[in-house]
Design a protein around this ligand. Sequence first.
Ligand code: NAP
Length: 280
Amino acid sequence: MRDQFYVIGQPIGHSMSPTMHNEWFRENQIHGHYAAKEVGISDLESIVTEFRSTVNGFNVTAPLKVEVMKYLDDIDPLAKEIGAVNTVINKDGRLYGKNTDGIGYCRGLSLVLKSPIEQESILIIGAGGAARAILCSLLHLGVKHITITNRTTEKALELKNGLLLKDQEVKVISITEAEQQLGAYSLVIQTTSVGMKPNEAEKPMSLYNLSPDTVVSDLIYSPYKTAFLKEAEQKNAKIQNGLPMFIYQGALAFQEWTGIFPNTIDAYKLLEEKLGGTKC
Ligand code: NAP
């Protein structure tokens, strides 16, 4: 019998996870199959119960990443700290939850950084679930200077005040302050949904003070290059979209399930072609 894996969420039809994971199963000659399943909050408990006896593992995406934690047997400490699970491993009927989003993001980022990540001075735009996963992971990697800015400052303060690691400096500033002080950051991480299709012209803040030495990263990959990344590119900054994060969070999940870290370079080419983009 082949091993069965899923990604669950709503909406899920657009997910590229099946293409990526099935290619990795093929490349590694593993008799596995990965599919997308549309699951809303109201169906979650019954699906997780069913999965205990029918699947080897599954990924969880919006809007289920927090809710799914209720139905799992064990949760990894980093996922607990992040407060969300995106990867579940079935160990003989016991379900173990992890979060590979933040560490996956950091692995992807290392492709464009010149110095070790802990030396970066980082501005995070946004204070939602993705920002939280990345912030917790950056703190665990030893990054010392992180500033958060968000449309709703109270949410950024909530994020900062809820952190378990308190040794490192995390500051909260307004969007206007971030625009003025932009030159002080070596890395800007755009984690909001601003600029996604169909609102492709929107940007979360202006980059008028951006230095060409700053790396600008946007979690969005559809559109392939957001208006925010286009502005950064015009200012000669190095840019990266959300595709490396997507691939590395998936690769880390694949490794949890199979013990094999898969080929991320070919996955990049495959998905880049599927998205109709060119490297960024
Ligand atoms: P979320 O928890 O809903 O957080 C959304 C964030 O966007 C909040 O900071 C929110 O600000 C901000 N925001 C939304 N609309 C805005 C607007 N019109 N103006 C200014 N700010 C706005 O979402 P999430 O799960 O963190 O996901 C955020 C983005 O990351 C999405 O685009 C998602 O597709 C992407 N993502 C990518 C990957 C990947 O693999 N590349 C993985 C996960 C997520 P307020 O607090 O003020 O509402």
